[in-house]
Write a protein that binds this ligand. Sequence first.
Ligand code: MG
Length: 218
Amino acid sequence: MIAPDVLARFEATTGFMPTDEGTALHAAALRAAPGAWLEIGTYCGKSTVLLSDAARRAGARLITLDHHHGSEENQPGWEWHDESLVDAESGRLDTLRHFRPVLDENADVLSAVVADTRLIAQWWATPLTLLFLDGNHTEATAQHDYAEFARHLVHGGLLIVHDVFPDPADGGQAPWNVVRRAVAEGFEELSVHGSLRVLRRGVPAQRDLDPGEDSQRR
Ligand code: MG
């Protein structure tokens, strides 16, 4: 259950996640192990509100990563553009100042990394127990973010992907392609709620953990 004040904060924060998917995200995150959780695609911090609450309850620490200038579909002239998020001084979309209250309210468990995922992938080395992919939805970047960050998930770690639409009529295909790739690479699908998919990195079979049959044959 999400506390009423947390749910109210979620609903008051600008973003694209419906409440029922947010509830599913929160419930899934509560099942993740403590450790480092990474959210890719902060925007104004709507889902970050719920992940921070779950992290606090699970004894985890959440890092949220975004360059805060919006994705292609958020730019002027595109379908998901919000004029109110344009910074008057720079003339650029700027979600960072809108996200700041969420960061301050959750500073006990939440850190923000403000940069392009391609830069962060060059030095990221922390094992993850939860990865939430909700960043740029172009094929190249969605695949990059999966490839570069899912490899840091520990065995049994949760991979959660937003905006997954198997039917092209419902939305872009990049997140769906990421889910199919993850399954092909051994991730197990745990649940589907709307466009939210929860997967788990498989635990290696016992034979993969053994020192090797060779040593037993000696
Ligand atoms: Mg999303």
